[in-house]
Design a protein around this ligand. Structure first.
Ligand code: PMT
Length: 415
């Protein structure tokens, strides 16, 4: 998930629609992610979900009235409009979209939208026939022309029984999209225009049709890096172990692979247009010499079994050799002599940079939400090393992006 160093102020506008219940979860998720959230609701929204629910979830008064004497003493519509870093309207009904597109301001929500200079994100939600209506589409085009950002609705079964476009995306997806939008506006776009390919998770080497060799990598580190690179403005391709149970960050292209051979084939292809290659994946060093075509049976009276393994290709080293102009970032998972082994891999694989974690510490590394790393740079760079103290993987990922941006910048001095 996107990591935010400050607390963005999100003004959440809820309009009338059955999807309004999802906004309660969205408010909670945004607060959990570190945002300050205030809510304004139209009269129709209050028919679907009570202001009391949103008040309890956000800990703040929910704003519903445009002309409210007490509100004007506290946070009236102009204060609300000024307070927001971002206005999010989710769900946005066809009615509100129509009003906004035509500059109408007949309630608190539409008035605030006219009065704010904060960016406005709208997440339309409506019946599929209404979504397809040319007037609604025309209004949306108009709004995007006026600078509104559109969160495209999902397609699928609707509350009314119809099937088609118009469903409000799930709150987790909305939250991730909003956070990415906020990050894009507040974080330095240090990787803008760059294409970054990241490997993540564990590879699987089949032994027979029911068993495989693998490791403990969950993909958390690689996925955090994918989000951080995207937030820094990069186009990101995530080549992921297929048993990673995480959702790819919004806007990131995920390609699933099984074995190291498959990972290499995909990387060779996608790195054709890459500027940066980051190898966080825990790739199996060895695979079966021969994969048994049928399930290997237990033999009575025989206690042991020997599997013959052969070396897998080294994905990272092969990419560096094939595409020498791509900036290469390796990871090293070590349990002892971390610095020596990491520096050895940096030189042996001819990398620009390597980040090492001590995976004997179970509070970091495999599966944990935190990590702590030492980063070493190739000899040609002026910078030699950087310590990244224990922090959430999202924070470590942002710091790694800063390191990558530094050595890939044109102004950076190479020794
Ligand atoms: O996924 P998580 O649960 O969040 O855990 C994160 C992590 C511990 C997996 C991650 O932080 C990490 O350390 N990744 C590297 C794991 C690893 O395989 O390290 P290594 O020292 O064996 O390999 C060195 C480098 O060569 C790595 O960049 C690796 O991706 C690459 N490699 C290794 C072998 C191989 N056949 N091909 C490769 O590309």
């Amino acid at each position: 998930m996107t990591d935010l160093t400050t607390s963005p102020k999100i003004l959440l506008g809820i309009t009338g629609g059955i999807a309004a219940y999802k906004s309660a979860v969205l408010a909670r998720l945004l607060i959990k992610a570190g945002c300050e959230v205030r809510v304004m609701m139209t009269a129709a929204a209050c028919e679907f979900i009570t202001p009391m629910t949103l008040q309890a979830l956000t800990g703040h008064e929910v704003h519903t009235e445009l002309l409210d004497e007490t509100a004007e003493l506290g946070m009236g519509h102009i204060e609300l409009a000024k307070w927001a870093d971002v206005v999010v309207i989710a769900p946005a009904s066809a009615n509100t979209i129509g009003k906004l597109a035509n500059g109408l301001a007949d309630n608190l929500l539409t008035t605030v939208c006219l009065a704010t200079d904060a960016p406005i994100l709208i997440a339309p939600a409506m019946n599929q026939q209404m979504w397809a209506n040319a007037i609604v589409q025309d209004n949306l085009i108009k709004l995007t022309r006026f600078g509104y950002e559109l969160i495209t609705p999902d397609s699928g079964e609707q509350a009314c029984g119809d099937v088609g476009m118009g469903r409000l995306p799930e709150p987790e997806v909305l939250c991730e999209t909003i956070l990415a939008f906020v990050a894009r506006r507040h974080l330095p776009q240090s990787l803008a225009g760059k294409t970054v390919v990241i490997t993540a998770g564990a590879t699987l080497e089949p032994i027979d049709p029911v068993r495989f060799l693998s490791n403990h990598s969950t993909g958390k580190m690689g996925y955090a890096l994918a989000a951080a690179c995207r937030d820094a403005g990069a186009d990101v391709v995530l080549v992921s172990g297929k048993r990673v149970h995480l959702q790819a960050p919004q806007g990131v292209r995920r390609i699933d692979v099984g074995t190291a051979d498959e990972m290499l084939a995909v990387c060779l292809d996608v790195c054709r247009t890459a500027d940066v290659f980051i190898a966080t994946a825990a790739v199996a060093d060895y695979k079966m010499a021969t994969i048994a075509p049928h399930k290997i049976k237990k033999t009575d009276g025989v206690d042991g079994m020997t599997l013959e393994l052969i070396k897998n290709p080294d994905v990272l080293a092969t990419i560096v050799k094939t595409y020498p102009d791509v900036l290469s970032v390796g990871f090293a998972a070590e349990t002892q002599d971390t610095e020596t082994y990491a520096k050895g891999k940096l030189v042996a694989k001819n990398l620009d940079m390597i980040a090492v974690n001590d995976v004997s510490d179970t509070s970091i590394g495999f599966g944990s939400d935190d990590n702590a790393m030492m980063v070493f740079f190739a000899d040609k760079y002026a910078k030699t090393a950087q310590k990244l103290p224990k922090a959430p993987k999202s924070t470590i990922a942002r710091q790694l992006v800063d390191c990558i941006a530094l050595i890939s910048s044109n102004n950076y001095s190479i020794k």
